[in-house]
Design a protein. Structure first.
Length: 406
């Protein structure tokens, strides 16, 4: 691991701490929540750090939760002790001072349901996504290109630095993307065994861990595709109900995300099922058994993993810089599709991802259809892995991935 690199979400956490007594930070294991909360001076200053992954701390929280709430604190993995949240509510109500507590956890539904019931009106909620390309390169001092482009549709004049296959295979979990390239697969092997299986078992009883891992691997092979649970269940040799429950557990642990469809245009043939993404492209590649993205070997999966890498970057950028924006996808059954739709206020932007360094007119078909059917669309972007950004039409652009994620 390198020295600490600033995370883009930190400024939003700082703002919330000035307004509310509790801030809650969710996220996938090893995204860097603990490092952020301990190393970012504006968050760590004046707060005692305690993690409920520590057995003694967990035991103390269960026996006497008030003992951990005597001063301002950072409480990590709090979903492991619901009793602590009840005591925290009481402490906040007795002294409603902004910025008293930061809670973090790696379980979404298990944590959010308890926190929302206990801390309604007292807390702000955030997600720490895998590191963006900007964060991994230590280039967060300027606003991202994406936010300015959505506002003005202004193109950069300099050449972009293409995204590499190794970046996609490493993903955005700090130990993988900042560590040695030849150790990535070994790290993910330990990650799945240590965190994925353990955390999921803490959330729910799983009688057949082999079947669960099979479903996780099948989900990774479908990253970037419209989710059809019945088909996934059939291939995993599970009932649809069991497959659905396992998917819920994967989502609760931040291992997958479901991207909703964009339905606000004139088409009558829109697909309304969510799209499935593994949260991190490196984890997706490991679970799918992919260690090489050489063009021509499996271009469909190569494209899906690049799309997954873009998805995690877009989610993190929007969370940090355009928190009210909505991310979706668009698919007209049997005809056209667009990988991502960003709805920011009254402006709608469409993004189609292409892993190759070149593109052709046929790659623009989905974007042209979306523009035609969506009057609110201000920009339709073919995000390709080249170097030059060009405007192709009134609302149609070809922009390098290196710029889009910069």
């Amino acid at each position: 691991m390198t020295d600490y690199l600033p995370r883009e979400i930190a400024h939003r956490l700082e703002q919330a701490l000035r307004q509310l007594p509790v801030v809650v930070l969710f996220g996938l294991r090893q995204t860097g929540k603990s490092t952020l909360l301990q190393r970012e001076e504006s968050l760590a200053a004046g707060r005692t750090y305690r993690t409920l992954d520590d057995f003694a701390t967990l035991a103390a929280a269960r026996a006497n939760p008030e003992s951990l709430l005597t001063d301002a604190a950072i409480l990590d993995e709090v979903q492991r002790c619901p009793e602590l949240l009840l005591a925290l509510k009481k402490a906040v109500d007795e002294q409603r001072r902004p910025g008293r507590f930061i809670l973090s956890g790696s379980a979404n539904l298990a944590l959010l349901s308890r926190v929302s019931e206990t801390l309604a009106g007292r807390a702000a909620y955030f997600t720490l996504h895998p590191m963006t390309r900007r964060e991994a390169r230590g280039r967060t001092s300027q606003l991202p290109f994406l936010t300015e482009f959505i506002r003005t549709q202004t193109l950069p004049r300099v050449a972009a630095e293409p995204v590499t296959d190794q970046e996609v295979l490493a993903g955005g979990l700090p130990p993988a993307c900042l560590g040695p390239a030849d150790a990535v697969a070994q790290w993910f092997r330990g990650y799945v065994q240590t965190y994925v299986e353990r955390d999921v078992r803490q959330l729910s009883q799983i009688t057949d861990l082999v079947a669960f891992r099979t479903l996780a691997q099948l989900a990774a092979l479908r990253t970037g595709q419209v989710l059809v649970i019945s088909t996934l269940a059939r291939d995993a040799k599970l009932s649809a109900a069991t497959a659905g429950r396992y998917l819920n557990l994967l989502e609760a642990s931040f291992l997958i995300r479901r991207l909703p469809p964009f339905l606000k245009n004139r088409s009558l043939r829109l697909i309304k099922s969510p799209k499935l993404y593994v949260t991190d492209s490196g984890l997706a590649a490991y679970l799918a058994g992919v260690d090489d993205l050489e063009p021509g070997r499996d271009d469909l999966l190569r494209g899906a993993l690049y799309e997954t890498y873009v998805a995690q970057n877009l989610a993190a950028l929007l969370e940090a810089h355009l928190p009210d924006a909505q991310l979706a996808y668009w698919h007209e059954q049997g005809r056209h599709e667009v990988d991502f739709v960003i709805e920011a206020g009254r402006k709608v932007s469409a993004v189609e991802v292409k892993a190759a360094t070149r593109w052709s007119e046929s790659d623009l078909a989905g974007l042209r259809a979306f523009v035609d059917r969506t009057p609110a669309c201000t920009a339709a972007v073919l995000a390709y892995n080249g170097r030059e950004a060009v405007q192709l039409d009134d609302r149609l652009f070809a922009i390098p991935l290196g710029h889009l994620l910069g």
